[in-house]
Design a protein around this ligand. Structure first.
Ligand code: TXA
Ligand code: MG
Length: 330
């Protein structure tokens, strides 16, 4: 990837807010403070920007991201709030709580940002600078912690700079954050479930609900921040149509998910052909991946044949998700 971006560092203020909003609108990446940890933000509705975000984090993995919004009305446009979700939002937003909710039918968050799931994680951060940026930008901003994958979450702009300088466009410096651990994540399913302990104590949440939060089944690995192991609550996206990997030809009644400029035998007779990136660009391919799988799933094809995708950069995550898609839903 390009690690030669000139990363601008600006002290928080009106000029920085305007620069951040402009950068997001142009598909850029910003490091910005929230009350929990610094986030790495991108326009949640721009799949190319989201692909760039995963790449900037260093280890390409399409963990679903939290969509940050400025107000409850904006949250309601992307997620379905039941009574308990509404109670939690009213009690704790803005603040260090993330709610995982069913997506609305017209949820604008890119499929790549939710890793193709039918749910979306949403948070209204409490930090004044984060709120100013969200207001100025006007749309949802996805933001994982602004560290390289495998490093600890950043609580100062200098941490962000140490990990991501040269990989992102802009860092907004507002000093050290207040909370220092990531938000608590609650899945609002049939009964609310604690997916990740964090900056808001469980007890406070349970007081509002009037009952205990369910725990994540043990082997799901909640404490690693990866509660969504394949086959768990929100299993990874898999089409209904069987998926055949590393296809070098298209067979009868198959649809083709292509990659690159090459042509495979039999593609003329395919039920449908969609090319993740005709120019062989892995970022573009990542941005298209979940949407194209969904579309090919509706073509009535017997199988979706997938051409090989190189296994470097975002290709590693693309291949991981394709393998999961090929295994199918648990
Ligand atoms: O405090 C925070 O939450 C920070 C600041 C920047 O807001 N963000 C943060 O993001 O910690 P990240 O990407 O490091 O952690 C997000 C977690 C991941 O463990 C991911 O699996 C989970 O949220 N998550 C996101 N979408 C989900 C979904 N639809 N279902 C279940 N878990 C989800
Ligand atoms: Mg993180």
């Amino acid at each position: 990837m390009n690690v030669d971006l000139k990363t601008q560092i600006l002290p928080a203020g009106a000029a920085a807010t305007a620069a951040a909003a402009r950068c997001l609108a142009e598909g850029g990446l910003i490091g910005f403070p929230t009350e929990t940890v610094y986030g790495l933000g991108a326009d949640a509705t721009n799949p190319e920007a989201v692909a760039r975000l995963y790449q900037a984090k260093g280890r390409p993995s399409f963990n679903p991201l939290i969509a940050h919004v400025g107000e409850l009305a904006a949250a309601r446009r992307i997620g379905h709030f039941d009574a308990e979700a509404t109670a939690l939002a009213e009690a704790f937003w803005p603040g260090p709580l993330t709610l995982v909710l069913p997506k609305t039918a017209d949820c604008a968050v890119a499929d790549l940002a939710t890793a193709g799931l039918d749910t979306v994680a949403i948070r209204i951060p409490a930090h004044g600078v984060a709120r100013d940026i969200l207001r100025a930008f006007g749309g949802p901003v996805v933001a994982p912690s602004a560290n390289l994958s495998g490093h600890v979450s950043p609580t100062t702009a200098a941490h962000v700079q140490g990990d991501l300088a040269g990989r992102i466009d802009l860092i907004i410096d507002a000093g050290a954050v207040a909370v220092g651990v990531e938000s608590t994540i609650v899945g609002c399913f049939e009964t609310p479930m604690l997916l990740r302990p964090g900056g808001l104590p469980r007890e406070a949440i349970e007081r509002v609900l009037g009952h205990a939060l369910t725990g994540v089944p043990e082997h799901a690995g909640a404490e690693t921040g990866a509660p969504l192991a394949p086959g768990m609550l929100a299993s990874h996206y898999a089409p209904r149509t069987p998926v055949r990997l590393n296809a070098d030809q298209v067979e009868a009644n198959e649809a083709l998910l292509a990659f690159g400029p090459g042509i495979v035998a039999g593609s003329d007779g395919a039920k449908a052909v969609m090319n993740l990136s005709a120019r062989g660009d892995l970022n573009e391919a990542a941005a298209n991946l979940f949407g194209y799988l969904r579309t090919l799933d509706t073509t009535g094809a017997h199988t979706i044949a997938v051409m090989p995708v190189p296994n470097h950069d975002l290709g590693e995550a693309i291949n991981d998700r394709l393998r999961r898609a090929a295994i199918g839903r648990a």
